[in-house]
Design a protein around this ligand. Structure first.
Ligand SMILES: NC(=O)c1ccc[n+]([C@@H]2O[C@H](COP(=O)([O-])OP(=O)(O)OC[C@H]3O[C@@H](n4cnc5c(N)ncnc54)[C@H](OP(=O)(O)O)[C@@H]3O)[C@@H](O)[C@H]2O)c1
Length: 245
């Protein structure tokens, strides 16, 4: 399960908390060379110090800015000469009923959850094509498979991540590039703090009482990365055992 990870150069977006930070911790123990991006530099600095990373291995990155995402990936290549994996993980989930017209939040989800992933692909793909190897891991959700009231736009963004990832999977065959979608159910992170609608927040807080630790996600990423190069784990959908929907 841990083979094929040691020495790999891995870029993670949204590495300052939750799934991204926990995956950085796990991959660090398995010998990956990490380059971590997010907006909150203080959180990245604390993580770098915890993991013993060089200051150059963290890079303040807003994934809604294409140039910043490119600079993050370029940093990995400057430091290590290649990029083996990008985990396009940054995201937010401010759910609300559509008639609340929280249009700014719709825009934000589209910008971060969809365009942020596309910018990650745009930054990493040319390097991976030149290397004729690499793995692009995009984070969708159970909400990329199922939609419910209050989750229309978030689910739309996560459906989009799956569609983009599947198109990418088919297109990158000539360059030996692997593509993986990870679709979690309720995992304990800071994600539900992005909800501003009180009704949705209350319902979601109840759902997240059953959330499982972020280490569950980190192990899935490690599983997908650790396969032999000719094995492409295209999607892992996982939930808390107690989660019904
Ligand atoms: N937790 C779950 O139950 C669950 C389930 C399904 C899918 N997911 C997905 O998992 C991913 C990670 O979320 P999480 O659960 O770990 O939540 P989290 O603890 O809130 O972490 C979200 C991360 O995204 C980053 N981020 C947000 N906006 C950003 C931006 N504009 N530019 C760069 N980074 C940005 C945040 O960093 P900064 O604020 O420092 O920028 C943070 O590191 C998301 O895509 C989420 O949709 C989570």
């Amino acid at each position: 399960m841990t083979e094929n990870i040691n020495g790999k150069v891995v870029v993670i977006t949204g590495a300052s908390s939750g799934l991204g930070a926990e995956t950085a911790r796990h991959l660090s123990t398995l010998g990956a060379k990490l380059v971590l991006g997010a907006r909150r530099l203080d959180r990245l600095q604390a993580l770098a110090s915890e993991l013993g990373l060089d200051a150059k291995a963290i890079f303040q990155t807003d994934v809604t800015d294409r140039n910043q995402v490119k600079a993050l990936v370029d940093r990995a290549v400057e430091l290590h000469g290649r990029i083996d994996v990008i985990l396009n993980n940054a995201g937010l989930m401010p759910g609300s009923m559509l008639d609340k017209l929280k249009v700014d939040e719709w825009d934000r989800m589209i910008d971060v959850n969809i365009k942020g992933v596309l910018y990650g692909i745009a930054a990493a793909l040319p390097y991976m094509q030149a290397q004729k190897s690499g793995q692009i891991i995009n984070v969708s959700s159970v909400a990329g498979h199922k939609v419910g009231p209050g989750g229309a736009v978030y689910a739309g963004t996560k459906w989009a991540v799956r569609a983009i990832s599947e198109g990418l999977r088919q297109e990158v065959k000539p360059w030996n590039i692997r593509t993986t979608i990870v679709s979690p159910g309720a995992v304990a992170t800071e994600l539900i703090r992005t909800i501003t609608d009180q009704d949705v927040a209350t319902g979601m807080a109840k759902t997240y009482e059953k959330a499982i630790p972020a280490s569950s996600f980190a192990r899935v990423v490690a599983f997908a990365m650790s396969q032999p190069d000719d094995v492409d784990i295209n999607e892992v959908l996982f939930r808390p055992t107690s989660q019904a929907y």
